[in-house]
Design a protein around this ligand. Structure first.
Ligand code: UD1
Length: 337
């Protein structure tokens, strides 16, 4: 059984679907602080399989340990549960360190006690900051974090590395996601931000739907072809599949070292304006936008070199940008219907 923390969240829910499709039993643990319980039924509808669910806050050590007593067949963990808003992390750093680091430590202590040695962690390309050379490979040095959120990802990677060094039986893989977007092709699960979306795609789909007047594009005088920032937008289902491959790699002892990390992106960068145009082309819906001031903390451009993940994991992004954006639109419409 695969313990999936944060399994009702955006990337977690898509990963649970792929784990179930691959034949794994899954237990979701989530505190529902940024997701809905109903996602469990939606996952079951998509897969026609049952999934176990526990509403638990992983900051609670006792309750975290109790999960492993209750589910003795857990043999691997995919750990998503974390806070992820960059701006909020700047305002509430302690909350971010407590949520993202405190819960990781509890989980790792429980894993050690119950001898669960296979651990997949959701990291982020944020650990690279603004790299001097693009695309970024796994050898690109990590830089000083630009936000407490980014720092929690960096520290978490270090904790996993140190744990794997100290305990030779413990194996972990950190997946450094670029920008995950899109939704399940059924339109039953997708990204569900609370309040005004901070991320680009939910803002685009909500604007297209008429919930927002216009998209604000943050800056158009960056050193890029059209002046807007470049990111590597990765389809969330493709991303979810990278977790299934990583879990199998650990369970089958195919990992090359006890702590591994991979870039998970498409290998292709797109500007904000290119994303807006691709959305309009694939959906036929116009997105009103205006150019506004740069957003503090935004990096100019980043995209992944995914060669290592392609070769080592045998994983590759398969879905194109337009198809991915169409899936995000389908989800938005379905959800609001
Ligand atoms: C950030 C984090 C990333 C985190 C992700 C999810 C960094 C460097 N990146 O990604 O680690 O996983 O959030 O929370 O910390 N944009 C607009 N208008 C909008 C919204 C966004 O123009 O209303 C632009 C941004 O300037 C950026 C691009 O769209 O160029 C993507 O922004 P966003 O979706 O917020 O993701 P990142 O900031 O790249």
């Amino acid at each position: 059984m695969i313990l999936t923390t944060g399994g009702t969240g955006y990337i977690g829910s898509h990963t649970v679907v792929e784990l179930l499709n691959a034949g794994f039993e899954v237990l979701i643990v989530d505190d529902l602080s940024n997701s809905e319980k109903e996602v469990v039924q939606r996952i079951e509808k998509i897969t026609n399989k049952k999934v176990a669910f526990e509403e638990i806050d992983l900051k609670n050590k006792e309750k975290t340990f109790a999960i492993f007593e209750k589910y003795p067949t857990i043999n691997a963990i995919v750990h998503f549960a974390a806070s992820k808003a960059v701006g909020e992390s700047v305002e509430k750093p302690l909350m971010y360190y407590e949520n993202n680091i405190g819960s990781l430590i509890n989980l790792l202590q429980a894993s050690a006690k119950y001898e669960i040695n296979n651990f997949v962690f959701s990291s982020s390309c944020t650990v690279y900051g603004q790299p001097n050379v693009l695309p970024v490979t796994e050898n690109t040095p990590r830089c000083e974090a630009e936000s407490p959120y980014g720092n929690t990802k960096k520290i978490a990677e270090d904790i996993l590395k140190d744990t794997a060094f100290a305990d030779k039986t413990f194996k972990s893989i950190a997946l450094r996601y670029f920008n995950p977007i899109g939704a399940h092709p059924t339109g039953l699960i997708g990204e569900l931000p609370r309040g005004v979306p901070a991320n680009l795609i939910p803002f685009v789909t909500q604007t297209a739907f008429g919930l927002r007047k216009e998209l604000s594009i943050f800056g158009n005088d960056y050193n890029t072809p059209d002046g807007t920032c470049i990111r590597d937008y990765i389809n969330v289902v493709d991303l979810a599949k990278a977790h299934v491959i990583s879990i199998k790699r650990l369970l089958e002892n195919k990992n090359k070292s006890n702590y591994e990390f991979f870039n998970i992106g498409t290998g292709k960068g797109s500007t904000v304006l290119e994303v807006v145009k691709a959305f309009e082309k694939s959906t036929g819906v116009k997105v009103n936008y205006k150019i506004v001031a740069k957003r503090p903390g935004d990096i100019e451009k980043i995209w992944a070199d995914t060669t290592y993940a392609n070769i080592e994991l045998g994983w590759k992004a398969e879905t194109g940008l337009e198809e991915t954006l169409a899936s995000a639109w389908k989800w938005e419409k379905n959800y609001r219907a």
